[in-house]
Design a protein around this ligand. Sequence first.
Ligand code: SAM
Length: 312
Amino acid sequence: MARALHDPQRGYYARRVQDIGARGDFSNSATLSPLLGQAIASWIKEEAREMPEIRHIIEIGAGNGILMETVKKSLGWWQRRRFEWHIVDTSASLRTQQKQRLGKSVRWHDDVRQGLDACDGKAFIYHNELLDAFPVTLVQWHAGAWHEVFVEFTEGAVRESLQPFTPDADFSAIQQTPKHQQQRYELHISVRDWLRSWAPSSQQGAMLTVDYGDTFPTLYHRRPHGTLRAYLLHQRLEGPAIYQNIGRQDITADINFTDYRAWTQSLGWVETSYGAQADFITSRLGKSQSQIMDSNGAGGAFKIVTHRKLRK
Ligand SMILES: C[S@@+](CC[C@H](N)C(=O)[O-])C[C@H]1O[C@@H](n2cnc3c(N)ncnc32)[C@H](O)[C@@H]1O
């Protein structure tokens, strides 16, 4: 999954960048409507009142740059000028698009640690649909034990196999026996390790996370096959089709917010809110639920969690 999405030459994010934001049912809120960007701007204003010494804003995984453009516009001239703007993105071709849209007013970084070092560890950070682009470890319950699903590509054929997997206390889903005999779950080991890799560089600030997913066990209610799926030209693909069109299709899985919230907390982030994106926008912008659902059909599936990092 890491190579299929992120290989610098043949990965989806290197090649199929035009498609980002067009995931069938999960049409991307940032590209469809300015409401999310306006609500993030309102959150930044509030955090800036609490922590006026913070002068840097970092977006991680900025896609084509539309979200940052909207956030900047919505902040207004005075607030916008107050901050230095940074983007962390691993895709060279998306960085090119971001530069075309946002010009010289932004600084780019290869990873979050580098971005935070440029801010003396003090920043307001936000990211939308970043975590769902991280590779997952797929596990399956089989013969009374957890197994990891491996994939083998031989002479055009794709074959899955199961290998024993030792459960780890960091993942809520695998702590108990599932209802379904062949239940599959996705574990975002990659997200946990990524958070740990840059957490020591973060001294003070706030973070806003937007992604689709839910808490456990609601996330997997009536989903014995898990949430792993692919999107090719707006079409949702599941099962063996996930392994076809490698590099030409997006592959993604929902976020288990029970795990994500536990990891962020253990790394010193204090949670300030968690809920549906539609509720976040309603409470920030005073729009009705129906206005939001009309312009952002995925408002219920997306969640927003906000955190503060207080000075040590
Ligand atoms: C699904 S797109 C979302 C784009 C944008 N946030 C939006 O909402 O339109 C994921 C973005 O995250 C970037 N990305 C993926 N993994 C990353 C990582 N580990 N660090 C930084 N950026 C990453 C991709 O290059 C891409 O810009």
